[in-house]
Write a protein that binds this ligand. Structure first.
Ligand code: ATP
Ligand code: MG
Length: 380
């Protein structure tokens, strides 16, 4: 058990690390972060910030030595770095969980092998593979990079079997040996996510089901609880718990799913860490996803996941900064709105800069509160 007073090492210094660090400090832990960029979102609230490229093994060892346990908020840390850290300190979730979930092909194969539902897919490494995959899966389908994808980056929807060579050339870009996955396009009724925590001693707890709306492949709003029948919520929860157990999770796992019109569930992807859709738990649940992640990796008993009230979250992307600084006081004029900003120095279109949350008597009302507050940010 890693008790308060000890130091949590966080690999990656983005907003997930920042909110994890805040939760850790609230519980009396010390925090060390590792990120290439100085004054990163997590570094701003940590006790110690180590800045070095992720492949700097000496820096990684220095970081590990300052921590009692190491966890991550960023999946794409090189395997050698992880191995060097693991020699010195426990890493949770385990490098196996990390390596499986950060590669779309390994992740899908893992899910398929264990009987969890995924969209039909094929591996592609060449234009001729792409042709064969599109012929086998039909259109529409989606071509995705196997590694390093986030917020829809590295994805193209394919609507016709013609002109695949142009699509392939553009998708490859500079990459000489690209590995991709083509998957069937799912005409989902809605998208949901499940966030489940599992401890080394086998205690498991899951939050209510989150319902997510994406815009341009980036999460736009979340409501919780999802607007689905209780039986379906139960089925989704069982599915997420089954995956967490099967993969040998210690920590937090987010399972993104598509819900089809007939109520079938398809697993889209996994993330072994706090997730954007769970941000709303900070203001709306007894235990936040960040505290839950810490409790799980530190071997403490898990916290209650119940919501105080229905809630909603709206992401704030860099686009809102296009003309001038957003009007924070206009958004906060509604006293029910909570503002979360990540301390990023540069606002770029599509970059996640912060989010708004609200709780209310219904998810509909909560969603309306945050969406209207977001609109007021750029109105004047
Ligand atoms: P993130 O890490 O932010 O979740 P990502 O780059 O890993 O993003 P995905 O989750 O694979 O991307 O896809 C982003 C969004 O694109 C999905 O949430 C969904 O809205 C849409 N999408 C992806 N794959 C499919 C599919 N096969 N059928 C229909 N829609 C899809
Ligand atoms: Mg996703």
């Amino acid at each position: 058990m890693i008790l308060p007073g000890k130091t949590i090492g966080i690999l990656g210094g983005g907003q997930l690390g920042r909110m994890l660090a805040i939760a850790a400090r609230r519980m009396g832990y010390r925090v060390a972060t590792f990120d290439p960029t100085c004054d990163c979102p997590a570094g701003q609230v940590a006790d110690l910030e180590i800045n070095a490229p992720y492949d700097d093994l000496d820096a990684a060892r220095r970081f590990a030595q300052r921590a009692d346990i190491v966890t991550f908020e960023f999946e794409n840390v090189p395997a050698e770095t992880l191995a060097a850290i693991e020699k010195l300190r426990p890493v949770q979730p385990s490098p196996f969980v990390l390596q499986t979930t950060r590669n779309r092909l390994l992740e899908k194969r893992f899910l398929q092998q264990h009987g969890f539902p995924v969209a039909d897919f094929q591996e592609v490494r060449s234009l001729s593979d792409l042709g064969a995959a599109v012929a086998a899966l039909g259109v529409p389908c989606v071509l995705k990079t196997a590694a390093f994808g986030y917020d829809g980056k590295g994805q193209v929807r394919i609507d016709s079997p013609d002109n695949l060579d142009a699509i392939w050339r553009q998708w490859c870009g500079e990459s000489a040996a690209p590995v991709g996955v083509v998957e069937r396009f799912i005409r989902f009724e809605r998208e949901i996510s499940l966030i489940v925590a599992l401890t080394a001693s086998g205690q498991l707890r899951c939050f209510d089901v989150f319902e997510n709306e994406h815009r341009r492949h980036i999460l736009d709003t979340t409501i919780v609880p999802a607007d689905i029948p209780p039986e379906l919520a139960g089925k989704a929860t069982e599915l997420a718990a089954g995956i967490a157990r099967r993969i040998g999770l210690v920590g937090l796992l987010c399972v993104e799913m598509f819900v089809e019109a007939d109520g079938s569930l398809i697993v889209n992807e996994l993330a072994p860490r706090p997730h954007n859709s769970g941000h709303v738990t900070v203001d709306a649940a007894v235990t936040s996803q960040f505290e839950q992640h810490l409790r799980a990796v530190c071997g403490l008993p898990l916290g209650e996941t119940a919501l105080f009230k229905p809630a909603a979250m709206a992401n704030l992307l860099g686009d809102l900064w296009q003309h001038k600084e957003p009007d924070w006081s206009a958004a906060l004029a509604d006293p029910r709105v909570k503002l979360h900003l990540y301390g990023k120095h540069q606002a770029r279109p599509g970059r996640k800069m912060g989010h708004l949350t609200a709780v209310a008597d219904s998810t509909r009302e909560a969603r309306q509160i945050v969406v209207e507050a977001r609109r007021r940010l750029i109105e004047a």
